[in-house]
Design a protein. Structure first.
Length: 389
């Protein structure tokens, strides 16, 4: 069994939602064209900032069938669950189901096994194994979700709001970062004064590490700044959506036009040189066959050319990705504006709003201006469009 799992084979009773078992190859998964849209919808909602609870509510309200109902329809299994039950039973999604799907690497083409084991040979009770003991095989079947989207969702899951000891929830959790070291800012509350207040500071400065400066900022200052910027953009989009689209597109295109032109030129040069190397390798191979060059010189030249080929192929791949990202950023502007339109005239911040519209918030170390006043830069990196303030 271990050998089969290490080869990436799937031996579950049912294929994961969005896939079906390959009738011609045991253990292999094929994309199920009839159900993959459900997986794409779940991840699309998550990428837009929706949490598992919200996604569960949407699936149920839109009457999207659950995996077990689909298996009942196809194979007759779970009959005891659905027979004689009202229609609504088939749409009863759970948060646990959605969370499991969002963290399942099957959807990026990987197979993961050995996640759990029996407590003992006498007991059928299962316990979860540490991740270090899992077996993961990459690229065993066709992916439904891109790795970029999957990774983004995992980051969002990791940064979901955690409740404090007093029961309150930190809406900025996972979003506020140190502009210098990149670590998350830690949340704290000063209870010593008559009017307690909360604040953030670089976690790499705390815990006795002192590996970065404080980057101290009061919660109310951060809250007020972020609220004001979101109010500005939300109002602007509702007043004149096209003007904002044009403004963001112009700003993005101006910055990227020159870079894209350079990338395209570099790519053409690299591709031309790659063709030259192919010809050179063919020529020295013929020269070696005809004994026009020695074996030593042939080995030296072929190794040199092949190394250059590898470097050029990597360069071309990177430049191709850079050029493709320009188109993605154009699409990102439209996506972000559509997200903005979900909100109207906010008077307070919510975790849902922040996670939907913002990728991260960078807090710089405070400085003093010429008059001795405290000055601190805060950068908001918005989802899909980056820094636009």
């Amino acid at each position: 069994m271990r050998t089969r799992h290490e080869n990436g084979a799937h031996y579950g009773a049912y294929a994961p939602l969005g896939y079906r078992k390959d009738p011609e190859q045991v253990g292999h998964l094929l994309v199920d064209e009839e159900t993959k849209w459900i997986i794409e919808k779940i991840f699309a909602l998550a990428v837009q900032g929706a949490g598992a609870a919200k996604i569960t509510h949407i699936l149920a309200s839109e009457q999207i069938p659950t995996p077990s109902w689909l298996n009942f329809q196809r194979y007759g299994t779970f009959a005891h669950v659905y027979e004689g039950q009202p229609e609504g039973k088939r749409y009863e999604w759970t948060i646990a189901q959605v969370k499991k799907i969002l963290q399942d690497e099957n959807y990026i083409g990987n197979s993961v096994h050995n996640k759990q084991t029996n407590v003992s040979f006498k007991s059928k009770k299962k316990i979860r194994k540490p991740k270090s003991e899992w077996w993961k095989v990459e690229g065993t079947h066709e992916a439904i979700i891109s790795k970029a989207d999957f990774d983004r969702v995992q980051e969002q899951i990791a940064s979901r709001r955690r409740k404090q000891k007093d029961g309150t929830t930190q809406i900025f959790a996972g979003l506020v970062k140190c502009a210098d070291c990149g670590w998350s800012l830690a949340f704290g509350t000063n209870q010593r004064k008559k009017a307690p207040y909360s604040y953030y500071h670089c976690s790499k400065n705390g815990q006795g590490l002192r590996q970065c400066s404080m980057h101290y900022i009061r919660y109310d200052v951060l809250y007020g700044f972020v609220l004001s910027r979101l109010q500005y953009w939300i109002t602007a989009v509702h007043q004149d959506e096209q003007a904002i689209l044009d403004r963001l597109s112009k700003s993005t295109m101006t910055e990227q036009a020159a870079a894209s032109k350079r990338a395209a030129q570099e790519k053409r040069r690299a591709e031309k040189r790659l063709t030259e190397l192919d010809n050179l390798l063919a020529k020295i191979y013929e020269d070696r066959i005809n004994e026009k060059i020695t074996e030593r010189n042939f080995s030296m030249l072929s190794q040199k050319y092949q190394q250059e080929q590898e470097e050029l192929e990597k360069k071309i791949e990177a430049l191709t990705a850079q050029l493709a990202s320009t188109k993605e950023q154009e699409d990102g502007i439209n996506k972000w504006v559509e997200l903005i339109k979900q909100f109207s005239s906010p008077t307070e911040l919510t975790a849902d709003m922040l996670n939907t519209l913002i990728e991260k918030i960078l807090v710089h170390e405070a400085t003093k201006d010429e008059d001795g006043n405290r000055v601190q830069e805060i950068e908001i990196i918005y989802r899909f469009v980056g820094k636009i303030d």
